[in-house]
Design a binder for this molecule. Structure first.
Ligand code: ADP
Ligand code: MG
Length: 316
């Protein structure tokens, strides 16, 4: 795995931080993150320049619940601020555990996490169709109050209660991209764009302001990989590969797939929207721009980089 000087953008799925069934104590999250960072340190030891990004679903969900439940005593913060809080929380844990693993290996790579705003287009069609459920479940009365008083879009979620839905617009511009590029060139290991970034829009005077939305973290990782001119985009998740006919008796793992084959599988609906769908889309766009894209299990980082695990999307 000696790949001196090559840049890889690694996107960590939510499971690397908090696993289903865990309650989400700090200790649980720290153990998960520590295991993940041991694997990232192995990539650094192999000579890769790593740029790290991560999901924030469970963490930002918990912050939104805290805002709601404490709203009688503490003024609730809007979604963009909760996104920033989650980047701080997760960035801190990743930064510390990764630094510790690098020191153990006598590597001097500095690790820095960056609070990252990501611009979206205020005219993105997603704003007309909020689709991403976030935060706590509400009963109908409270849901209708929030719709009236706060203007939130709320939707009934399969008998489980009402939930707020927000737009999921495309990432257009990672705001501090020049700074990120310079730091990467200086050999700094950057953690950025967590949770897809803090969504902001540019006004007519180019001024930035936060919006209530969620940017898909895999699409933001693709944007980041293009911006830092990475050789590889690696999306790490909780399944070893992408499959066609997933969860059916015909299920078939994809090891190496060409761009046009993968596009055809995606068009045929093999990859679920909101989970594998955006990963495949991110990889397709990165491969189309000339990069190498990999979807793999967090456990398999090293063999996946060597081409011996995961799903590899290659040019036609
Ligand atoms: P992450 O937190 O890593 O982004 P997601 O839950 O969003 O994880 O996406 C990974 C999940 O995608 C897998 O756990 C799997 O259940 C689901 N999935 C949907 N379609 C497929 C497919 N065709 N192949 C593999 N996994 C799939
Ligand atoms: Mg996901």
């Amino acid at each position: 795995m000696s790949e001196s000087g090559k840049t890889v953008v690694v996107a960590l799925g939510g499971n690397a931080i908090l696993q289903p069934g865990q309650v989400g104590t700090f200790e649980e999250q720290l153990v998960n993150v520590d295991t993940a960072m041991r694997r990232i340190a192995a990539m650094v030891a192999g000579g890769w320049e790593v740029v790290l990004t991560h999901g924030n679903g469970p963490q930002v969900g918990n912050l939104l619940i805290q805002q709601e439940l404490a709203s009688g005593q503490v003024a609730p913060m809007p979604m963009d601020v909760c996104g920033a809080m989650s980047q701080g929380q997760i960035g801190y844990m990743l930064e510390q555990t990764l630094q510790n693993h690098l020191v153990k290996r006598r590597l001097k790579t500095p690790v820095v996490s960056i609070l990252t705003q990501v611009a979206v287009d205020a005219r993105d069609p997603a704003f007309a169709n909020p689709s991403k459920p976030v935060g706590p479940f509400y009963d109908e009365t409270r849901a209708k109050t929030l719709m009236l008083e706060q203007g939130h879009a709320m939707r009934e979620d399969a008998g489980r209660g009402w939930r707020r839905v927000v737009p999921s617009p495309e990432p257009v511009e990672i705001i501090p991209r020049e700074a990120i590029r310079d730091l990467v060139a200086d050999g700094v290991l950057i953690i950025c764009s967590g949770g897809g970034g803090i969504p902001v829009v540019r006004g007519r005077d180019r001024a930035l302001s936060g919006v209530d939305a969620v940017i898909d973290k895999d699409l933001a990782a693709m944007r980041l990989a293009l911006d830092v001119e990475a050789e590889v985009l690696m999306i790490l998740t909780d399944v070893p590969q992408a499959y066609v006919d997933y969860n059916t008796p015909e299920q078939k793992a994809l090891s190496q797939v060409t761009e046009s084959e993968m596009r055809a599988y995606a068009a045929a609906g093999h990859f679920k929207a909101g989970s594998m769908g955006p990963k495949v889309e991110a990889c397709l766009r990165f491969t189309a721009a000339g990069g190498r894209s990999i979807i793999a299990n967090l456990k398999d980082v090293v063999p996946a980089l060597e081409g011996n695990a995961g799903t590899h999307i290659v040019p036609d």
